[in-house]
Design a protein around this ligand. Structure first.
Ligand SMILES: Nc1ncnc2c1ncn2[C@@H]1O[C@H](COP(=O)(O)OP(=O)(O)OP(=O)(O)O)[C@@H](O)[C@H]1O
Ligand SMILES: [Mg+2]
Length: 374
């Protein structure tokens, strides 16, 4: 069933557009290429890869092995080793037959003393590799097993999501450079949502992972496509929205698909109205932030009072071209230096983003919340 989804990965039938991106990725995977996916927040990167590309890859190949690891907020190299090991254990348990899991594991990863236990929730056999305080299993070893053993019998795809957080762990970068260079046995997809941090790793000439594979950029969804998508979902409720109002809705919500889906889902509830007007869109955004205000309060409370002041000022006076310039500093009780530090933190945590027009709060609903309630 088609619907407006949010707070979750999209089912394939609810992914608007992205056909060009899908074709690009399928081709690259078949050619065993390496791809870096750059993209805005909430542009459907993880949904497309996890719910459309990986299932396509699994049906296409008789024997496949997909290692998917989310590196969100990894703090040090040990936690990267751990994430990749756990991802590997899960992939192994999924792609090797349950009946002979231990036998396959002994053959492929015997030196890591594999064990098989039943998963507490699902009852499915689950591989685990022995680790102890003295011994962590390096992701270099995991990659080596995939290259030297698994790829001999299986088609391999490796996906590392939220990879930019590796930028904060310099020790890991050399290791990744090494394993990426040696990885020819399958396709590799690297993606993330903090574009400036990914660029630090891949795009600058002297970046640690420069000249790595191909780039794929997820931009804004075209207005027309999104209009069609919205109309299709409003139609069963006998609602329509014309192109002009729909474009205004997308712009008001900074063209952020997740926020658009949230507001459209609420608009759907207006079952008795026929044609959605501009006023109704604005009212609905207002009602949406009101309904979500306690979660925004909670979110805001994790910032220091100085940071809160900056966010509020940014919502009132933004977009801001020069955060440490005179004009903005006049509006806040903060020094230029701490504005710089705070803005860097906001950028690194996707609280704000830099657009052509200047720095702005990233989440449109949070932006309207700050404007209205602060
Ligand atoms: N192509 C799309 N069509 C419709 N909705 C979308 C699309 N892309 C993203 N969304 C909305 O954004 C939400 C997040 O999608 P997803 O997690 O796949 O994006 P992402 O690019 O991986 O985000 P992040 O940058 O946070 O990792 C979805 O739940 C949905 O509400
Ligand atoms: Mg994602």
């Amino acid at each position: 069933m088609t619907e407006f989804q949010y707070d979750t990965l999209l089912k394939p039938e609810n992914i608007c557009n992205l056909t060009r991106e899908k074709i690009f990725l399928e081709k690259a995977i078949l050619a065993h290429e390496k791809v870096v996916i750059y993209g805005r927040r909430n542009s459907g990167k993880t949904s497309l890869v996890k719910n459309a590309i990986i299932p396509w890859f699994e049906t296409k190949n008789k024997k496949s092995f997909v290692l998917f690891v989310d590196l969100m907020e990894v703090k040090d190299v040990v936690s990267i080793h751990e994430r990749i090991r756990v991802g590997f254990e899960r992939a192994f348990s999924k792609y090797f037959p349950a009946k002979s899991l231990l036998k396959a594991a002994m053959e492929m990863v015997g030196s890591f003393r594999p064990m098989v236990n039943l998963d507490e929730l699902t009852g499915a056999p689950q591989l685990s590799l022995e680790i102890s305080k003295q011994r962590t299993i390096s992701f270099v070893d995991i990659f080596s097993i995939i290259v030297k053993k698994i790829s001999l019998t299986h088609q391999v795809l490796i996906v590392l999501d939220e990879f930019q957080d590796v930028a904060l762990v310099s020790e890991a970068q050399g290791l990744f450079r090494q394993v990426f260079q040696e990885f020819e046995a399958g396709a590799l997809i690297i993606m993330g949502s903090k574009q400036h941090m990914l660029a630090d790793l891949f795009a600058k000439p002297k970046a640690p992972l420069a000249r790595f594979g191909k780039d794929l950029n997820f931009g804004f969804l075209p207005y027309e496509e999104y209009h069609r998508y919205i109309e299709e979902r409003l139609h069963p409720r006998k609602l329509t929205i014309d192109f002009k109002v729909c474009t205004e809705l997308q712009d008001l919500l900074f063209r952020d698909p997740e926020a658009i889906n949230i507001v459209c889902q609420n608009l759907q509830a207006l079952g008795t109205v026929k044609k959605i007007s501009s006023e109704m869109v604005r009212l609905q955004i207002d009602l949406t932030i009101e309904a979500r205000s306690s979660r925004f309060e909670q979110y805001l409370s994790q910032f220091s009072s100085r940071e809160q002041e900056l966010l509020v000022a940014l919502s009132k006076y933004g977009p801001i071209q020069m955060p440490s310039g005179k004009d903005f500093l006049q509006q806040v009780h903060v020094t230029a230096r701490s504005v710089q530090v705070s803005f860097k933190k906001f950028l690194d945590h996707s609280v704000i983003e830099k657009r052509e027009s200047g720095y702005q709060i990233l989440d449109p609903l949070f932006y309207y919340f700050l404007k209205k309630y602060r």
